[in-house]
Write a protein that binds this ligand. Sequence first.
Ligand code: NPG
Length: 373
Amino acid sequence: MNAGAIVGVELRRIALDLVTPFRTSFGEQTSRDVLLVAVTVDHDGAVTTGWGECVALSDPHYSPEFVDGAQLVLAEHLVPLARAAPLTAEALHDRLAGVKGHQMAKAALEMALLDAELRHAGRSFGEWLGVTRTTVPSGVSVGIFDETERLLAEVADYLAAGYARIKLKIQPGWDLEQVAAVRSLVGAEAALQVDANTAYTRDDIGHLCALDEFDLLLIEQPLAEDDLLGHVQLARASRTPVCLDESIHSLRIALDAIELGACSIVNIKPGRVGGYLEARRIHDACVTREVAVWCGGMLETGIGRAANVALAALDGFTLPGDISGADRFWQRDIVVDPIVMRDGEVTVPSTPGLGFDLDMDFLDAITTATNTA
Ligand code: NPG
């Protein structure tokens, strides 16, 4: 696509309450303080605005990034680099390479630029990616509760709603018993996986191998983000495939992890790897190596959710992603046509841009701060 000049950037914060608290081994989310990035781009006199969403949470408990830091690095470092000369979304990654890390902030800016470019070109993100599927299977992630009964009730509700796959959050003290109970509730055929968000150590490898009897699709990120060798040891000891999430910040780390045998499945989260273009590169490299990938979720609003559905329609995404219907998390989404799960599937958006139109009245009503950059 043609290079465009960025002529305006808005950094907007919104407050969005979750329908129900979401607890993981790293904390509980009851609402999201989301940073949105709006970029206005001039393509030869035609001016278009695109939107991106930063997935950084309020606190640096999932990753080193957090929303206040992301806003600061965008305003003071990333936006000035992006504005220095006309560019395309594809060129942004290299333009920002001098800033180390800050993948979630970079991804938000790339999204906004990509959305503007695609809207200007009248093309959908799915078409631009070259996807052929029109729907993708929808998985749901189920948090940690005080009681197993509550977990079973939630799982039963999601299964009744039609979700194609269930992911259970686990942590020491909330694992074998809960997984056993859920497996007997859902039956042998149901697609079930677990996610520890780094809650275990190498000392727990024997304990984690006890999960093998539950026929899980995978165990996600049991050990620390930087413990690749520990994951190699677990992968050798256990029959349950090991999948990495937090460890994967870039294509290079993904390739290293695969080659070392630290994982046989990769969770691709565009925010965590610095954007949708790097996410695509990781997808392509995994396809070449016959490594299954799936699209992770980070409690996205309708902006990120739409883009994730399109990404997950690429052929290599052979496992259901954490791409639930918007109503799993939000009473009211910020987009006019929120993603809906039907018969275990969500539909790939086909409108120009990343695939959403904002509900501006609602967005204005929940905006807590607006800054230009
Ligand atoms: O469906 O958006 C979703 C949530 C899926 O469990 C989910 N995400 O560790 O993968 C995760 C977890 C998460 C949520 C991570 C928020 C970081 C922030």
